[in-house]
Design a protein around this ligand. Sequence first.
Ligand SMILES: C[S@@+](CC[C@H](N)C(=O)[O-])C[C@H]1O[C@@H](n2cnc3c(N)ncnc32)[C@H](O)[C@@H]1O
Length: 187
Amino acid sequence: MARKAERIRDLYDQTVSHYDERYRNIQFSKFSETSVRWEDRDVVLDVGCGTGLLIEYMTIEPIIFVGVDLSVNMLKVARRKSSWSIFIAGDVRKLPLKQEVFSKVVSFSVLQNIPDPREVIGEIFRVSKRASSVLITALRKRITIESLVNWTRKEAEKRRRSVEIEQLNLSLEDVGIKCKSEAMDIS
Ligand SMILES: C[S@@+](CC[C@H](N)C(=O)[O-])C[C@H]1O[C@@H](n2cnc3c(N)ncnc32)[C@H](O)[C@@H]1O
């Protein structure tokens, strides 16, 4: 594993005992502002799920919920919150998942930790279904909304998806995008 990823994993592994207390309200207000939602028929992936704050916040159980994170200690907390969910230790730059499985993919406040966020966005479009929706946020002090939109457009195009992108400027620390993707019409 690259040095930076190891450092990030160790940082979250070591600070997990304070994470929920310190960030629950902040993350919950991001969830609320982005109007993140899913239906009970959705197959959902949370990219960089951390301690599972999102699953704690949501009230609807989708058919399948998968969370992936590098920090085993963060995942231990997540597992205690939802026994029916699947939490996998892995690197979001190389998701240990098959292609075109998920109808919803979300990622809150993770991309600022990644040296080249396009790798993660590419992975999101690999594992999401052709018709699916994607919601990504990242700390604006590290990532601009323009970059996020451009990367999303390009990575979607590589996977032959057409996307409609909505830009999100959250009142707290994140920028984000929401997009619906469809298979590209190549006729
Ligand atoms: C700020 S926390 C956000 C956690 C969660 N999404 C939330 O809303 O509370 C960032 C998370 O990204 C994870 N992370 C950072 N780089 C990662 C990588 N390369 N692969 C997997 N997870 C990563 C960290 O372990 C941490 O749990």
